[in-house]
Design a protein around this ligand. Structure first.
Ligand code: COA
Length: 161
């Protein structure tokens, strides 16, 4: 680790809280920092209003720092998206969100969680593997990349309980 990284002070994130429809615009802005094809505020409004979706965020000084959203169907859940503000990454925010989320899902009776991740997204794959997700499938050439190239998606799974 480089010295400037060692000197970065760990932010004091809030406890995770359930997000509301009023958070849609902040969710959309944060999403645009992490993904090439960001979701609009109205798409987030629909997700946040959907009772089958679980949306949990963490704040830093009352600003949304990161969030995780999943959709529950019976005893299964699918992670829809997770993102942390670029300057607040590698400080444990995603880890906090994921642990909180898994316990909320288990409390709702979910027994298995699936997600899809870009096979080249090393940070996300490390996060998921560290938390017990295992690869159960690969969607070849699933993501569009620059200049017509395509990238694979991995399907990962974790059992709860
Ligand atoms: C993936 C992402 C959510 C991780 O958020 P984060 O708050 O930085 O992650 P954390 O600090 O909680 O890290 C938790 C674990 O994830 C892994 N990890 C996170 N960032 C990493 C990186 N840059 N390189 C390698 N591993 C990383 C590590 O295993 C880490 O545990 P450790 O610190 O004990 O080694 C963040 O990089 C992000 O928002 N990326 C853009 C959006 C995205 O790609 N979302 C995932 C789509 S599937």
């Amino acid at each position: 680790m480089k010295i400037p990284e060692l000197l970065r002070k760990k932010p004091e994130f809030s406890l995770p809280r359930l997000l509301k429809v009023g958070d849609a615009s902040d969710c959309s802005s944060l999403h645009a920092t992490g993904f090439a094809h960001p979701w609009s505020a109205s798409e987030f409004e629909a997700l946040l209003a959907d009772p089958s979706c679980l949306s949990v965020g963490v704040a830093l000084k009352s600003e949304l720092a990161g969030y995780l959203m999943s959709r529950v169907a019976s005893d299964e859940a699918e992670v829809l998206t997770i993102v942390v503000a670029p300057t607040l990454r590698t400080f444990g925010c995603a880890q906090r969100l994921l642990l909180d989320h898994l316990s909320r899902l288990a409390a709702r009776g979910v027994t298995v969680v699936f997600l899809e991740v870009d096979a080249e997204n090393e940070a996300a794959m490390a996060l998921y593997r560290r938390n017990g997700f295992v690869e159960v499938g690969r969607r070849k050439a699933y993501y569009a990349r620059a200049e017509g190239a395509r990238g694979d998606a991995l399907v990962m799974r974790r059992n709860l309980g």
